[in-house]
Design a protein around this ligand. Structure first.
Ligand code: NDP
Length: 304
């Protein structure tokens, strides 16, 4: 769909199902060559949300045929224990992807743990080797949420070259890699953050808006140029009318009528993140076994 109708919904559930179908086919092809893609997930502590995320990742891996290994360490595990586990997984040739679920307990230095992961197995794309590679336009493992946003944008708009994209938020997980990917796709990129001046006016110039702020419904109609494409990364739980609801960073009801296309929350970016994690795992397995990426596979396709 290269010409968007006004206010069109970008269906992340449908696109993620398509990505997962592609991954399932890729896994089958790898298995036919004697490679069984495997993802190790490390969970430290008792954070209930993290347990849900890990369960979902393991379930999704099973559905696409990826072998998953789950390692659960107690909240009081030492940094040395976590690093020893990462070292063991780095050295295990049958493991292609390693994901350490964040946040880690406060006494463990997250950066040290992420930096200990072999960059070739870093399916979250958080190691500085991959972060640096992304900024240099090299073919590296890219963080899953921004990679998912790029897939949605490409499916909606086709060529992104020359578009003015505004990213609201500059976190290492979403905002910064998103900006790097958009730049790699030849967009003109503006990144807004909490110290930005005239943020609303700058955003109103954008052809593409990616909101990753973590503030419920902050982006209203005043921020949006008519005809823009809006990707809402935010996931915020609020209490409203006596009910608990998930809402994005964009005020969907006010913004949708103005847009060419927009992601809903839930059902937009959310489902893409796990799908892209599965895709990264297959990419990592291919690269570790020296199998060339095919034209449709993520890294080139996402970053170029
Ligand atoms: P962070 O809290 O790490 O970053 C938020 C960013 O927003 C910061 O860069 C901050 O600026 C900026 N910001 C805060 N207030 C404003 C403001 N008033 N105007 C402009 N910028 C502002 O959040 P994340 O990037 O981790 O996540 C963002 C949202 O995306 C959250 O709702 C999160 O739940 C969601 N998310 C969703 C995922 C998914 O799978 N769909 C995955 C990851 C996150 P500064 O740097 O100056 O503080």
């Amino acid at each position: 769909m290269n010409s968007a109708a006004p206010g069109q919904l970008i269906d992340g559930k449908a696109v993620s199902a398509q990505v997962l179908a592609e991954v399932t086919a890729d896994v089958a092809a790898l298995k036919a060559q004697g490679v069984e893609p495997a993802l190790a997930v490390v969970l430290v502590g008792d954070d209930p949300a993290s347990h849900v995320y890990v369960r979902n990742k393991v379930l999704r891996a099973g559905e696409v045929g990826i072998r998953s290994l789950e390692y659960r360490l107690p909240a009081e595990a030492s940094a040395a224990e976590v690093l020893a586990l990462v070292a063991e997984l780095n050295g295990d040739a049958s493991v292609h992807g390693i994901l350490v679920q964040l946040p880690l307990p406060k006494h463990i230095d997250e950066t040290a743990v992420l930096q200990a992961i072999d960059p070739a197995k870093d399916v979250d794309g958080f190691h500085s080797e991959n972060v640096g590679g992304l900024s240099q336009g090299r073919d590296v493992l890219v963080p899953c949420t921004p990679a998912g946003c790029m897939r949605l944008l490409r499916d909606t708009l086709g060529d992104l070259s020359g578009k003015h994209a505004v990213v609201i938020g500059r976190s290492n997980i979403v905002g910064k890699p998103m900006a790097a990917l958009l730049l790699g796709a030849d967009c003109t990129v503006t990144v807004l953050h909490s110290r930005s001046k005239n943020a609303q006016a700058l955003c109103r110039k954008a052809d593409i808006v990616v909101a990753a702020v973590g503030r419920p419904r902050m982006i209203d109609a005043e921020w949006i140029k008519p005809g823009a494409v809006v990707i809402d990364v935010g996931i915020n739980r609020i209490e409203e009318d006596g009910k608990s609801r998930l809402v994005g960073d964009v005020d969907f009801a006010k913004v949708q009528p103005l847009t060419a296309a927009i992601t809903p929350v839930p059902g937009g970016v959310g489902p893409m993140t796990i799908a892209l994690l599965m895709q990264n795992t297959v990419t990592a397995a291919r690269q570790q076994h020296g199998t060339h990426l095919s034209a449709g596979t993520p890294l080139q396709a996402v970053a170029q």
